[in-house]
Design a protein around this ligand. Structure first.
Ligand code: SF4
Length: 637
């Protein structure tokens, strides 16, 4: 259908994002494919193309001879309007097929603020918004990604969700669809859905009934068919070396947020930061071997021509062989113009060594650390074990080694937080500037503090916490700004970045909401809600109005879902979805948080029984592996 689309493209912004044909994109023969997947990242191309989850599944599926996978992204409102006027359906960028023609539509949600974009895509594709109204002619709509660990707010709109790692699950889903089609589609859509529900890690919202107490809390969640499990357990890909994807990274043809190739060096995190859903739901730690990393970097650079490699994970400096990896790669690519990047959040001198190492072949931009909380007390609450002395020592070392900019990440609105915890961020920033000036003898030192509003997430110890109201978050941030500028000689070298707290409250509603929130999402979408993760498109007023209209009659509200603390016995909307974490352990950790007690990282200390390893039949996997980064010969010579 490219002809239909082509004449609209000169009329929209950034038309190149819709044409496909990227290096390493795959177009396979439609007619000979037994199973056809459309994979969607529900945001603009520039954000969606670099997404590793989609890239991995795209390649894993396209490697199967009889399976094809194509990509689709959210279209901007200018193109959406024209597509509606000219009856052009949601399309894939690879061969410009209507999404409605595929067997499956897999949607990866990194954030809940993409939910309205799912509805746009379904509607443009001609797929009924409600799963219950779909027929044999419509694709199965399957959600994945971190938000799928509580897909209840979108339960009405999806047929299934995949919990956890997708590599193996998509292959098993593909097998089920292939077999059902080869058998002549017995039992139609309902039978296929039941078969999908038998795949480990696949959750069918329609196979569970939710009932409510008079006060609005959930009474119980029970399955309505024996063909699904009481609780659905997540999938865990244990040996990353067996899954060296992407081997052929997609190279964007339009501007995108990350223009580099990425290698995931490990999955999971056991540092135990209590606010971090990603760390909790991706346990246990599984490291990719140094040899596997070296091979992926080499192959990926050859296949893509990128000049930068990102070593990705939740805390990359924690790979047990990170020194050997960075030194080996820096040696290998010395003189080639290939740069390395490492998301660095660890606050210690070791991290500066690493930063010096990886900047050998590239420019020395800023260093980023994430203390997350302004006071020692609040950092104990969130289990972010960083002392201010360590931070100052680390940044002084960085400035002494030639770095001139430091970026510090914080959150505001954390459980038990007071104004003073936030105001202390200013004192920390002032100390950073002073330490930088002392270490360098120069006044030209910069510290940027970037602050996000805290959103309590499911499957974390803070899942019971009351979210702070945006007015309080905003007032604390105003006090912080005043404090930063209370000393102009220091304050003028401190930059402050933050958004107001309102989008975070809506993210909180979508993160911890239940099925009743689906009505709100649909109303917001019908009222024009699109791209809610973008401040220029987000309308707080629209969300508040939709909550009032849809929730008041049910006896609940936006505040009820967000700023209300939950009790130990409350049935949470995601209790039937098993991330491996023991609920009693999560509760104990929440109590430890409230009394400021820290928890060590179980990679280096004895297991503290969070429940993941035994329930998954797995174990922490860290080096040293005894393997080497091969080949050793430097590429530049
Ligand atoms: S079960 Fe023990 S070793 Fe495994 S992630 Fe949890 S605390 Fe760590």
């Amino acid at each position: 259908m490219f002809e239909q689309l082509e004449f609209l493209l000169p009329l929209v912004s950034k038309p190149v994002q819709y044409v496909g044909g990227e290096l390493n994109a795959t177009v396979k023969d439609w007619d000979t494919a037994a199973v056809r997947w459309a994979l969607m990242y529900p945001d603009a191309y520039e954000v969606g193309l670099p997404n590793q989850g989609i890239m991995i599944l795209y390649e894993v599926l396209n490697e199967l001879p009889d399976v094809l996978a194509e990509r689709t992204y959210a279209v901007w409102p200018d193109l959406e309007k024209l597509m509606r006027e000219h009856r052009v359906p949601q399309f894939t960028v690879d061969s410009h097929r209507p999404v409605g023609d595929f067997d499956l539509l897999g949607v990866s949600f990194a954030t809940e603020l993409g939910y309205t974009n799912l509805l746009t895509a379904l509607d443009l594709a001609g797929i009924p918004l409600h799963a219950a109204q779909r027929t044999d002619d419509h694709p199965m709509v399957i959600a994945g990604g971190h938000a799928a660990f509580n897909p209840e707010p979108i339960a009405d709109f999806i047929d299934a969700a995949v919990l956890g790692d997708g590599e193996e699950a998509v292959l098993e889903i593909t097998d089920a669809v292939r077999e059902w089609k080869a058998q002549g589609q017995p039992g139609g859509r309902a039978e296929l859905l039941s078969r999908l529900g038998e795949v480990d890690g696949v959750y069918l919202p329609g196979a569970y009934d939710v009932s409510y107490l008079p006060d609005g809390r959930i009474a119980e969640i029970v399955r309505n068919t024996e063909r699904v499990a009481h609780r659905v357990a997540k999938r865990t890909t244990m040996d990353l070396d067996e899954w060296p994807y992407p081997k052929q990274p997609l190279v964007p043809i339009a501007e995108s947020v990350h223009e580099r190739m990425s290698v995931e060096i490990f999955r999971g995190c056991t540092r135990g930061c209590r606010f971090c859903q990603a760390g909790m739901i991706t346990r246990p730690v599984r490291e990719r071997s140094i040899q596997g990393i070296g091979e992926m970097v080499e192959q990926g650079l050859k296949a893509s021509g990128f000049s930068e490699v990102g070593l990705l994970s939740l805390s990359s400096a924690d790979h047990s062989e990170i020194r050997e990896i960075t030194q080996g790669l820096a040696d290998r690519y010395e003189g080639t113009g290939t740069g390395l990047s490492l998301p660095s959040t660890r606050v210690d001198a070791f991290n500066i060594d690493l930063a010096n190492e990886i900047s050998r072949n590239g420019r020395r931009s800023g260093l980023t650390f994430a203390p997350e909380g302004g006071s020692e007390r609040i950092r104990r609450v969130i289990n972010k074990m960083v002392s201010e002395e360590d931070l100052i020592r680390t940044v002084a070392t960085a400035f002494g080694a030639g770095w001139r900019q430091v970026k510090l990440y914080f959150m505001c609105g954390l459980p038990t937080e007071t104004d003073d915890d936030v105001v202390q961020i200013a004192h920390m920033a002032h100390r950073v500037i002073r330490a930088g000036r002392e270490a360098t003898g120069s006044k030209d030192i910069r510290c940027t503090i970037s602050i996000g509003a805290f959103v309590p997430k499911p499957h974390t110890p803070f899942q019971w916490a009351a979210q702070e109201h945006p007015d309080i978050v905003d007032s604390r941030l105003r006090k912080l700004r005043v404090e930063i500028n209370s000393d102009r000689r220091l304050g003028r070298n401190v930059g402050m970045r933050y958004h107001d707290g309102k989008p975070a409250l809506i993210e909180g509603l979508l993160s911890r909401g239940d099925r009743r929130v689906g009505r709100v999402i649909e109303r917001v979408w019908r009222d024009g809600g699109r791209f809610d993760g973008w401040s220029e498109h987000f309308s707080y007023h629209r969300w508040v109005a939709a909550c009032t209209a849809e929730l008041a009659c049910l006896g609940v509200s936006l505040e009820w879902f967000t700023t209300r603390e939950r009790g130990r016995d409350e049935v949470l909307p995601w209790d039937h979805l098993d991330s491996g974490l023991d609920k009693d352990w999560l509760w104990d950790d929440w109590q430890d948080a409230l009394s400021g007690r820290e928890q060590d990282d179980c990679r280096w200390t004895p297991c503290f029984d969070c429940g993941v390893c035994p329930s998954m039949g797995t174990d922490i996997q860290v080096g040293p592996s005894g393997r080497q980064l091969l080949p050793i010969s430097p590429a530049g010579r």
